[in-house]
Design a protein around this ligand. Structure first.
Ligand SMILES: [Zn+2]
Length: 80
């Protein structure tokens, strides 16, 4: 029996459900916000306002990027 790629990813995501995700930082922001990717299922995550890990949605990613921009602008103003 050959395991198809989708079956493999299903097994991997099942492993994540049982054992939890294996997070690896995929992106660090200057705001100390971080994005993570699971080494097993390749899903992406980020931390919310409470510091809890949430699945990374396009909306959360956008918030991270906007916060980063504000942070950089603030830094530049302080330096000037
Ligand atoms: Zn996972």
């Amino acid at each position: 029996m050959n395991a198809t790629p989708s079956a493999m990813s299903f097994i991997k995501s099942l492993k994540c459900r049982v054992f939890g995700h294996k997070y690896q930082v995929s992106k660090s922001y200057k705001t100390e916000q971080q994005e993570y990717q699971c080494l097993h299922c390749q899903r992406e995550f980020t931390t919310d306002d409470n510091g809890e890990i949430q699945p990374l949605t396009p909306k959360l990613k956008r918030i991270n990027e906007v916060m980063e921009k504000f942070y950089i602008i603030k830094q530049e103003r302080q330096a000037a």
